[in-house]
Design a protein around this ligand. Structure first.
Ligand code: HEM
Length: 447
Protein backbone atom coordinates (compact mmCIF):
# COMPACT_ATOMS: atom_id res chain seq x y z
CA UNK A 1 0.00 0.00 0.00
CA UNK A 2 1.20 3.54 -0.80
CA UNK A 3 2.78 4.86 2.40
CA UNK A 4 1.48 8.40 1.80
CA UNK A 5 -2.16 7.17 1.55
CA UNK A 6 -1.85 5.29 4.86
CA UNK A 7 -0.21 8.43 6.28
CA UNK A 8 -3.19 10.56 5.21
CA UNK A 9 -5.56 8.28 7.14
CA UNK A 10 -3.29 8.54 10.19
CA UNK A 11 -3.16 12.34 9.81
CA UNK A 12 -6.99 12.48 9.65
CA UNK A 13 -7.28 10.60 12.97
CA UNK A 14 -4.62 12.85 14.53
CA UNK A 15 -6.28 16.10 13.42
CA UNK A 16 -9.65 14.78 14.65
CA UNK A 17 -8.06 13.93 18.00
CA UNK A 18 -6.49 17.39 18.29
CA UNK A 19 -9.85 19.02 17.61
CA UNK A 20 -11.60 17.01 20.34
CA UNK A 21 -8.73 17.57 22.77
CA UNK A 22 -8.77 21.34 22.38
CA UNK A 23 -12.40 22.35 21.95
CA UNK A 24 -14.97 19.86 23.25
CA UNK A 25 -12.38 18.38 25.63
CA UNK A 26 -10.27 20.96 27.39
CA UNK A 27 -12.30 24.15 26.88
CA UNK A 28 -15.40 22.46 28.32
CA UNK A 29 -13.26 20.88 31.08
CA UNK A 30 -11.89 24.29 32.08
CA UNK A 31 -15.38 25.83 31.83
CA UNK A 32 -16.70 23.15 34.21
CA UNK A 33 -13.78 23.75 36.57
CA UNK A 34 -14.34 27.52 36.64
CA UNK A 35 -18.01 26.95 37.47
CA UNK A 36 -17.07 24.53 40.27
CA UNK A 37 -14.47 26.96 41.67
CA UNK A 38 -16.79 29.99 41.45
CA UNK A 39 -19.63 28.25 43.29
CA UNK A 40 -17.35 26.08 45.46
CA UNK A 41 -19.61 23.14 44.56
CA UNK A 42 -18.36 20.09 42.58
CA UNK A 43 -21.93 19.48 41.41
CA UNK A 44 -22.33 22.96 39.86
CA UNK A 45 -21.89 21.96 36.18
CA UNK A 46 -24.71 19.95 34.57
CA UNK A 47 -23.80 16.22 34.59
CA UNK A 48 -24.29 16.15 30.80
CA UNK A 49 -21.53 18.77 30.38
CA UNK A 50 -19.13 16.85 32.63
CA UNK A 51 -19.86 13.68 30.66
CA UNK A 52 -19.51 15.51 27.32
CA UNK A 53 -16.03 16.63 28.43
CA UNK A 54 -15.04 13.11 29.56
CA UNK A 55 -16.28 11.47 26.32
CA UNK A 56 -14.55 14.08 24.14
CA UNK A 57 -11.23 13.44 25.91
CA UNK A 58 -11.42 9.66 26.24
CA UNK A 59 -13.02 8.73 22.90
CA UNK A 60 -12.54 11.92 20.85
CA UNK A 61 -8.90 12.60 21.66
CA UNK A 62 -7.21 9.46 23.01
CA UNK A 63 -9.51 7.08 21.07
CA UNK A 64 -8.86 8.84 17.74
CA UNK A 65 -5.08 8.90 18.33
CA UNK A 66 -5.13 5.26 19.39
CA UNK A 67 -7.15 4.08 16.34
CA UNK A 68 -5.06 6.14 13.90
CA UNK A 69 -1.75 4.85 15.26
CA UNK A 70 -3.01 1.24 15.55
CA UNK A 71 -4.33 1.14 11.96
CA UNK A 72 -1.02 2.60 10.79
CA UNK A 73 1.47 0.60 12.82
CA UNK A 74 -0.03 -2.76 13.83
CA UNK A 75 -0.23 -4.23 10.29
CA UNK A 76 3.38 -3.06 9.76
CA UNK A 77 4.51 -4.86 12.91
CA UNK A 78 3.30 -8.02 11.14
CA UNK A 79 4.92 -7.09 7.81
CA UNK A 80 1.67 -6.42 5.91
CA UNK A 81 -0.27 -3.38 4.71
CA UNK A 82 -3.68 -2.31 6.09
CA UNK A 83 -6.25 -4.65 4.46
CA UNK A 84 -8.45 -1.85 3.12
CA UNK A 85 -7.96 1.91 3.17
CA UNK A 86 -11.61 2.37 2.17
CA UNK A 87 -12.73 0.57 5.33
CA UNK A 88 -10.18 2.62 7.27
CA UNK A 89 -11.77 5.87 6.05
CA UNK A 90 -15.28 4.48 6.72
CA UNK A 91 -14.18 3.70 10.24
CA UNK A 92 -12.77 7.22 10.71
CA UNK A 93 -16.05 8.77 9.45
CA UNK A 94 -18.24 6.62 11.75
CA UNK A 95 -16.02 7.18 14.78
CA UNK A 96 -15.78 10.94 14.26
CA UNK A 97 -19.53 11.27 13.66
CA UNK A 98 -20.26 9.13 16.76
CA UNK A 99 -18.01 11.13 19.08
CA UNK A 100 -19.23 14.47 17.66
CA UNK A 101 -22.89 13.46 18.07
CA UNK A 102 -22.38 12.57 21.74
CA UNK A 103 -20.86 15.95 22.36
CA UNK A 104 -23.62 17.81 20.47
CA UNK A 105 -26.29 15.70 22.18
CA UNK A 106 -24.75 16.43 25.60
CA UNK A 107 -24.29 20.18 25.31
CA UNK A 108 -26.71 21.18 22.52
CA UNK A 109 -30.36 22.21 22.56
CA UNK A 110 -31.69 19.27 20.56
CA UNK A 111 -33.46 16.32 22.26
CA UNK A 112 -30.46 14.31 23.44
CA UNK A 113 -31.73 10.75 23.84
CA UNK A 114 -31.93 9.63 20.18
CA UNK A 115 -28.60 11.28 19.32
CA UNK A 116 -26.80 9.65 22.23
CA UNK A 117 -28.07 6.24 21.07
CA UNK A 118 -27.10 6.91 17.43
CA UNK A 119 -23.70 8.13 18.62
CA UNK A 120 -23.10 4.94 20.66
CA UNK A 121 -24.18 2.74 17.70
CA UNK A 122 -21.81 4.58 15.33
CA UNK A 123 -18.90 4.20 17.76
CA UNK A 124 -19.61 0.49 18.14
CA UNK A 125 -19.79 0.08 14.34
CA UNK A 126 -16.44 1.85 13.97
CA UNK A 127 -14.95 -0.45 16.62
CA UNK A 128 -16.20 -3.56 14.76
CA UNK A 129 -14.58 -2.34 11.52
CA UNK A 130 -11.33 -1.69 13.39
CA UNK A 131 -11.32 -5.27 14.62
CA UNK A 132 -11.94 -6.53 11.08
CA UNK A 133 -8.92 -4.52 9.91
CA UNK A 134 -6.64 -5.34 12.85
CA UNK A 135 -7.60 -8.92 13.71
CA UNK A 136 -9.75 -10.69 11.09
CA UNK A 137 -7.99 -9.53 7.92
CA UNK A 138 -4.44 -10.28 9.19
CA UNK A 139 -5.63 -13.74 10.38
CA UNK A 140 -7.03 -14.40 6.89
CA UNK A 141 -3.74 -13.26 5.36
CA UNK A 142 -1.90 -15.68 7.67
CA UNK A 143 -4.17 -18.57 6.64
CA UNK A 144 -3.64 -17.67 2.97
CA UNK A 145 0.14 -17.78 3.66
CA UNK A 146 0.93 -14.19 2.60
CA UNK A 147 4.63 -14.05 1.67
CA UNK A 148 5.65 -11.08 3.83
CA UNK A 149 3.49 -11.79 6.89
CA UNK A 150 5.48 -12.34 10.11
CA UNK A 151 3.88 -15.25 11.97
CA UNK A 152 4.55 -16.02 15.65
CA UNK A 153 6.51 -19.30 15.92
CA UNK A 154 4.42 -22.21 17.28
CA UNK A 155 4.66 -22.39 21.08
CA UNK A 156 6.23 -18.92 21.48
CA UNK A 157 4.58 -16.73 24.12
CA UNK A 158 2.90 -13.50 23.04
CA UNK A 159 4.84 -10.43 24.16
CA UNK A 160 3.61 -7.91 26.71
CA UNK A 161 2.60 -5.35 24.06
CA UNK A 162 0.43 -7.91 22.24
CA UNK A 163 -1.19 -9.17 25.44
CA UNK A 164 -2.01 -5.69 26.75
CA UNK A 165 -3.14 -4.59 23.29
CA UNK A 166 -5.55 -7.56 23.11
CA UNK A 167 -6.81 -6.78 26.61
CA UNK A 168 -7.21 -3.08 25.77
CA UNK A 169 -9.19 -3.68 22.57
CA UNK A 170 -11.47 -6.18 24.39
CA UNK A 171 -11.87 -3.54 27.11
CA UNK A 172 -12.79 -0.92 24.53
CA UNK A 173 -15.40 -3.26 23.00
CA UNK A 174 -16.92 -3.85 26.45
CA UNK A 175 -16.80 -0.12 27.24
CA UNK A 176 -18.64 0.72 24.02
CA UNK A 177 -21.34 -1.88 24.75
CA UNK A 178 -21.87 -0.35 28.22
CA UNK A 179 -21.86 3.08 26.54
CA UNK A 180 -24.74 1.94 24.30
CA UNK A 181 -26.67 0.51 27.27
CA UNK A 182 -26.16 3.79 29.17
CA UNK A 183 -27.33 5.84 26.16
CA UNK A 184 -30.50 3.72 25.90
CA UNK A 185 -31.16 4.27 29.63
CA UNK A 186 -31.02 8.09 29.41
CA UNK A 187 -34.32 9.60 30.61
CA UNK A 188 -36.27 11.45 27.85
CA UNK A 189 -35.91 14.86 29.50
CA UNK A 190 -32.20 14.42 30.34
CA UNK A 191 -28.92 14.47 28.39
CA UNK A 192 -26.90 12.65 31.06
CA UNK A 193 -26.20 8.96 31.58
CA UNK A 194 -27.59 7.51 34.85
CA UNK A 195 -24.88 8.00 37.55
CA UNK A 196 -24.28 4.30 38.25
CA UNK A 197 -23.79 3.43 34.58
CA UNK A 198 -21.64 6.54 34.09
CA UNK A 199 -19.38 5.45 36.97
CA UNK A 200 -19.05 1.92 35.52
CA UNK A 201 -18.34 3.37 32.07
CA UNK A 202 -15.66 5.70 33.45
CA UNK A 203 -13.79 3.00 35.32
CA UNK A 204 -14.04 0.55 32.42
CA UNK A 205 -12.76 3.12 29.95
CA UNK A 206 -9.80 3.91 32.20
CA UNK A 207 -8.70 0.52 33.50
CA UNK A 208 -9.70 -1.86 30.71
CA UNK A 209 -9.17 0.35 27.65
CA UNK A 210 -6.95 3.47 28.02
CA UNK A 211 -4.36 2.13 30.45
CA UNK A 212 -3.82 -1.36 28.94
CA UNK A 213 -3.43 0.15 25.44
CA UNK A 214 -1.10 2.92 26.69
CA UNK A 215 0.96 0.41 28.68
CA UNK A 216 1.02 -2.01 25.73
CA UNK A 217 2.41 0.66 23.41
CA UNK A 218 4.80 1.75 26.18
CA UNK A 219 6.27 -1.76 26.27
CA UNK A 220 7.29 -1.27 22.63
CA UNK A 221 8.05 2.41 22.15
CA UNK A 222 8.99 3.68 25.62
CA UNK A 223 11.33 0.72 26.16
CA UNK A 224 12.98 1.31 22.78
CA UNK A 225 13.24 5.11 22.97
CA UNK A 226 14.47 5.24 26.57
CA UNK A 227 16.94 2.39 26.00
CA UNK A 228 15.42 0.37 28.87
CA UNK A 229 16.63 -3.12 29.74
CA UNK A 230 14.62 -6.13 28.43
CA UNK A 231 11.20 -6.44 30.06
CA UNK A 232 11.23 -8.36 33.34
CA UNK A 233 8.71 -10.99 32.27
CA UNK A 234 10.77 -11.84 29.19
CA UNK A 235 13.82 -12.61 31.31
CA UNK A 236 11.88 -14.79 33.69
CA UNK A 237 10.57 -16.70 30.68
CA UNK A 238 14.05 -17.09 29.21
CA UNK A 239 15.39 -18.40 32.50
CA UNK A 240 13.10 -21.37 32.00
CA UNK A 241 10.19 -20.62 34.35
CA UNK A 242 7.80 -21.87 31.68
CA UNK A 243 4.81 -22.05 33.97
CA UNK A 244 5.07 -18.34 34.75
CA UNK A 245 3.88 -16.09 31.94
CA UNK A 246 3.74 -12.58 33.39
CA UNK A 247 2.23 -11.19 30.21
CA UNK A 248 -0.72 -13.55 30.41
CA UNK A 249 -1.10 -12.78 34.12
CA UNK A 250 -1.36 -9.03 33.37
CA UNK A 251 -3.98 -9.72 30.71
CA UNK A 252 -5.95 -11.78 33.22
CA UNK A 253 -5.71 -8.90 35.71
CA UNK A 254 -7.42 -6.62 33.18
CA UNK A 255 -10.20 -9.23 32.79
CA UNK A 256 -10.55 -9.45 36.59
CA UNK A 257 -10.69 -5.64 36.77
CA UNK A 258 -13.49 -5.60 34.21
CA UNK A 259 -15.48 -8.11 36.28
CA UNK A 260 -14.90 -6.19 39.55
CA UNK A 261 -16.01 -2.92 37.88
CA UNK A 262 -19.14 -4.50 36.36
CA UNK A 263 -20.01 -5.92 39.81
CA UNK A 264 -19.33 -2.46 41.33
CA UNK A 265 -16.91 -4.04 43.79
CA UNK A 266 -15.06 -0.69 44.00
CA UNK A 267 -12.49 -1.39 46.77
CA UNK A 268 -11.54 -4.70 45.08
CA UNK A 269 -11.29 -2.99 41.69
CA UNK A 270 -9.13 -0.18 43.11
CA UNK A 271 -6.79 -2.63 44.88
CA UNK A 272 -6.46 -4.73 41.73
CA UNK A 273 -5.84 -1.59 39.66
CA UNK A 274 -2.95 -0.63 41.94
CA UNK A 275 -1.42 -4.12 41.71
CA UNK A 276 -1.85 -4.07 37.92
CA UNK A 277 -0.21 -0.62 37.56
CA UNK A 278 2.70 -1.48 39.91
CA UNK A 279 3.35 -4.86 38.24
CA UNK A 280 3.37 -3.32 34.77
CA UNK A 281 5.75 -0.54 35.84
CA UNK A 282 8.03 -3.19 37.36
CA UNK A 283 7.86 -5.30 34.17
CA UNK A 284 8.72 -2.28 31.99
CA UNK A 285 11.73 -1.39 34.23
CA UNK A 286 10.89 2.30 33.87
CA UNK A 287 12.74 3.34 37.02
CA UNK A 288 15.80 1.11 36.59
CA UNK A 289 19.03 2.47 35.08
CA UNK A 290 18.68 2.14 31.28
CA UNK A 291 20.92 -0.04 29.12
CA UNK A 292 21.83 2.88 26.81
CA UNK A 293 21.04 6.61 26.42
CA UNK A 294 17.58 7.65 25.20
CA UNK A 295 17.05 8.10 21.44
CA UNK A 296 16.39 11.78 20.83
CA UNK A 297 15.61 11.89 17.09
CA UNK A 298 14.94 15.63 16.85
CA UNK A 299 12.81 16.07 19.97
CA UNK A 300 13.22 17.98 23.26
CA UNK A 301 16.23 16.46 25.07
CA UNK A 302 14.52 16.19 28.46
CA UNK A 303 11.57 14.12 27.21
CA UNK A 304 12.83 10.87 28.78
CA UNK A 305 12.41 12.40 32.24
CA UNK A 306 8.83 13.37 31.47
CA UNK A 307 8.09 9.79 30.40
CA UNK A 308 9.24 8.70 33.86
CA UNK A 309 7.14 11.46 35.46
CA UNK A 310 4.13 10.09 33.56
CA UNK A 311 4.68 6.69 35.18
CA UNK A 312 4.97 8.34 38.63
CA UNK A 313 1.50 9.84 37.94
CA UNK A 314 0.21 6.39 37.00
CA UNK A 315 1.21 5.07 40.43
CA UNK A 316 -0.05 8.20 42.23
CA UNK A 317 -3.40 7.93 40.39
CA UNK A 318 -3.79 4.27 41.36
CA UNK A 319 -2.95 5.02 45.03
CA UNK A 320 -5.40 7.98 45.18
CA UNK A 321 -8.03 5.76 43.50
CA UNK A 322 -7.59 3.22 46.32
CA UNK A 323 -7.88 5.98 48.95
CA UNK A 324 -11.03 7.30 47.21
CA UNK A 325 -12.66 3.86 47.26
CA UNK A 326 -11.89 3.55 50.98
CA UNK A 327 -13.29 7.02 51.75
CA UNK A 328 -16.10 7.80 49.22
CA UNK A 329 -17.25 10.80 51.31
CA UNK A 330 -14.10 12.76 50.23
CA UNK A 331 -15.41 13.54 46.73
CA UNK A 332 -12.24 15.37 45.63
CA UNK A 333 -10.14 12.23 45.85
CA UNK A 334 -11.95 10.43 43.01
CA UNK A 335 -11.61 13.39 40.61
CA UNK A 336 -7.99 14.01 41.66
CA UNK A 337 -7.09 10.34 41.15
CA UNK A 338 -8.86 10.29 37.77
CA UNK A 339 -6.96 13.33 36.53
CA UNK A 340 -3.65 12.00 37.88
CA UNK A 341 -4.28 9.07 35.50
CA UNK A 342 -5.76 10.95 32.53
CA UNK A 343 -3.77 14.21 32.56
CA UNK A 344 -0.72 13.05 34.57
CA UNK A 345 -0.21 9.68 32.91
CA UNK A 346 -2.10 9.55 29.59
CA UNK A 347 -1.68 13.18 28.49
CA UNK A 348 1.97 13.42 29.60
CA UNK A 349 2.78 10.12 27.87
CA UNK A 350 1.13 11.32 24.65
CA UNK A 351 2.83 14.75 24.93
CA UNK A 352 6.21 12.91 25.05
CA UNK A 353 5.55 10.11 22.58
CA UNK A 354 3.46 11.80 19.86
CA UNK A 355 6.19 14.35 18.95
CA UNK A 356 8.69 11.47 18.93
CA UNK A 357 6.62 9.05 16.81
CA UNK A 358 4.31 11.01 14.52
CA UNK A 359 6.95 12.98 12.58
CA UNK A 360 8.66 9.69 11.77
CA UNK A 361 5.41 7.97 10.75
CA UNK A 362 4.34 10.95 8.61
CA UNK A 363 7.80 11.74 7.18
CA UNK A 364 7.83 15.24 8.58
CA UNK A 365 10.04 17.15 10.98
CA UNK A 366 8.65 18.14 14.38
CA UNK A 367 7.57 21.80 14.17
CA UNK A 368 9.27 22.90 17.42
CA UNK A 369 11.26 21.33 20.25
CA UNK A 370 10.69 24.45 22.36
CA UNK A 371 6.90 24.04 22.07
CA UNK A 372 7.28 20.37 23.03
CA UNK A 373 9.28 21.38 26.11
CA UNK A 374 6.73 24.08 27.00
CA UNK A 375 3.78 21.68 26.77
CA UNK A 376 5.55 19.11 28.98
CA UNK A 377 6.60 21.53 31.74
CA UNK A 378 3.18 23.18 31.82
CA UNK A 379 1.14 19.95 31.80
CA UNK A 380 3.25 18.69 34.70
CA UNK A 381 2.79 21.94 36.64
CA UNK A 382 -0.94 22.13 35.81
CA UNK A 383 -1.58 18.53 36.79
CA UNK A 384 0.32 18.90 40.09
CA UNK A 385 -1.74 22.00 41.00
CA UNK A 386 -4.95 20.28 39.89
CA UNK A 387 -4.46 17.03 41.81
CA UNK A 388 -3.40 18.86 44.98
CA UNK A 389 -6.13 21.51 44.87
CA UNK A 390 -8.99 19.18 43.85
CA UNK A 391 -8.12 16.61 46.54
CA UNK A 392 -7.97 19.37 49.16
CA UNK A 393 -10.84 21.64 48.01
CA UNK A 394 -13.90 19.48 47.30
CA UNK A 395 -16.02 19.07 50.40
CA UNK A 396 -13.95 21.59 52.44
CA UNK A 397 -13.63 25.39 52.89
CA UNK A 398 -9.87 25.57 52.29
CA UNK A 399 -9.56 28.89 50.44
CA UNK A 400 -6.03 28.29 49.07
CA UNK A 401 -7.24 25.08 47.40
CA UNK A 402 -10.36 26.65 45.87
CA UNK A 403 -8.28 29.61 44.60
CA UNK A 404 -5.70 27.27 43.06
CA UNK A 405 -8.29 25.22 41.11
CA UNK A 406 -8.94 27.73 38.27
CA UNK A 407 -5.21 28.51 37.99
CA UNK A 408 -4.53 24.80 37.48
CA UNK A 409 -7.18 24.72 34.72
CA UNK A 410 -5.60 27.65 32.85
CA UNK A 411 -2.10 26.14 33.11
CA UNK A 412 -3.42 22.80 31.74
CA UNK A 413 -5.31 24.62 28.98
CA UNK A 414 -2.12 26.46 27.92
CA UNK A 415 -0.18 23.19 27.85
CA UNK A 416 -2.87 21.55 25.71
CA UNK A 417 -3.01 24.45 23.25
CA UNK A 418 0.79 24.42 22.85
CA UNK A 419 0.71 20.66 22.17
CA UNK A 420 -2.15 21.07 19.66
CA UNK A 421 -0.27 23.88 17.90
CA UNK A 422 2.99 21.90 17.71
CA UNK A 423 1.43 18.69 16.38
CA UNK A 424 -0.96 20.63 14.10
CA UNK A 425 1.96 22.54 12.55
CA UNK A 426 3.92 19.29 12.20
CA UNK A 427 1.06 17.53 10.36
CA UNK A 428 0.59 20.61 8.13
CA UNK A 429 4.25 20.50 7.00
CA UNK A 430 5.25 19.02 3.66
CA UNK A 431 6.49 15.42 3.61
CA UNK A 432 10.25 15.40 4.06
CA UNK A 433 11.91 12.02 3.51
CA UNK A 434 10.65 9.02 1.58
CA UNK A 435 10.83 5.74 3.49
CA UNK A 436 10.16 2.28 2.02
CA UNK A 437 6.47 1.33 1.95
CA UNK A 438 5.35 -0.89 4.85
CA UNK A 439 8.69 -0.44 6.62
CA UNK A 440 8.44 -2.20 9.98
CA UNK A 441 8.73 0.45 12.65
CA UNK A 442 10.65 -1.76 15.00
CA UNK A 443 13.72 -0.46 13.25
CA UNK A 444 13.89 2.99 11.69
CA UNK A 445 14.10 5.02 14.86
CA UNK A 446 16.80 7.64 14.63
CA UNK A 447 19.12 8.55 17.50
C1 HEM B 1 -6.60 19.40 30.66
C2 HEM B 1 -7.48 19.96 31.41
C3 HEM B 1 -8.68 19.28 32.04
C4 HEM B 1 -9.57 19.92 32.84
C5 HEM B 1 -9.51 21.37 33.26
C6 HEM B 1 -10.57 18.97 33.23
C7 HEM B 1 -11.65 19.24 34.06
C8 HEM B 1 -12.59 18.34 34.48
C9 HEM B 1 -13.66 18.60 35.44
C10 HEM B 1 -13.90 19.91 36.12
C11 HEM B 1 -14.36 17.46 35.61
C12 HEM B 1 -15.58 17.28 36.53
C13 HEM B 1 -15.27 16.31 37.67
C14 HEM B 1 -14.20 16.83 38.59
O1 HEM B 1 -14.37 17.91 39.13
O2 HEM B 1 -13.18 16.14 38.71
C15 HEM B 1 -13.75 16.46 34.76
C16 HEM B 1 -14.19 15.16 34.64
C17 HEM B 1 -13.63 14.24 33.79
N1 HEM B 1 -12.49 14.40 33.01
FE1 HEM B 1 -11.37 16.07 32.85
N2 HEM B 1 -10.26 17.75 32.67
C18 HEM B 1 -9.12 17.90 31.93
C19 HEM B 1 -8.47 16.92 31.20
C20 HEM B 1 -8.95 15.64 31.01
C21 HEM B 1 -8.32 14.63 30.19
C22 HEM B 1 -7.02 14.82 29.40
C23 HEM B 1 -9.11 13.52 30.26
C24 HEM B 1 -8.96 12.19 29.60
C25 HEM B 1 -8.01 11.83 28.78
C26 HEM B 1 -10.23 13.83 31.13
C27 HEM B 1 -11.24 12.94 31.46
C28 HEM B 1 -12.27 13.22 32.33
C29 HEM B 1 -13.29 12.27 32.67
C30 HEM B 1 -13.41 10.86 32.13
C31 HEM B 1 -14.15 12.91 33.58
C32 HEM B 1 -15.41 12.33 34.25
C33 HEM B 1 -16.60 12.50 33.35
C34 HEM B 1 -17.85 11.87 33.95
O3 HEM B 1 -18.06 12.00 35.18
O4 HEM B 1 -18.60 11.24 33.18
N3 HEM B 1 -10.09 15.11 31.56
N4 HEM B 1 -12.68 17.02 34.09
Amino acid sequence: MDDSRAGRLLAAFIVTGLFFLALPGTFIGVGNLLLIAASRAPTAPAPAWIQAHGQAQVFGWVGSFMFGISLFILPRFRGIALASLAWGWTMWALWTAGVALHWLGGVGDMPAHPWLVVSAVLELAAFIISQYLLVVAPARAARAGSGTLRVRPAGAARDLGTRLGMAGFCGLGLTLVVNLVAAIQVAPESAAYPPVLDHILLELSLWTFLLPIALGYSSRFVSMFLGLRPLHGTQVWQRGLRGFDLNRLLMLMVAALAIAILLQAWPAAAALALVFAATTVWALRIFEPPARPALLGGVYGGYAWFVRIAFVWLLIGAVIGLMASADPARSGLAGAGRHALTVGYIATLIFTMAPRLLPEFLHRRLASRALMAGSLWLITLGCTLRVLSEAAAYGTRLSWAWNLLPISGFVELTAVLIFVLNIGLTVARRRAVQMPASAPHHRPISA
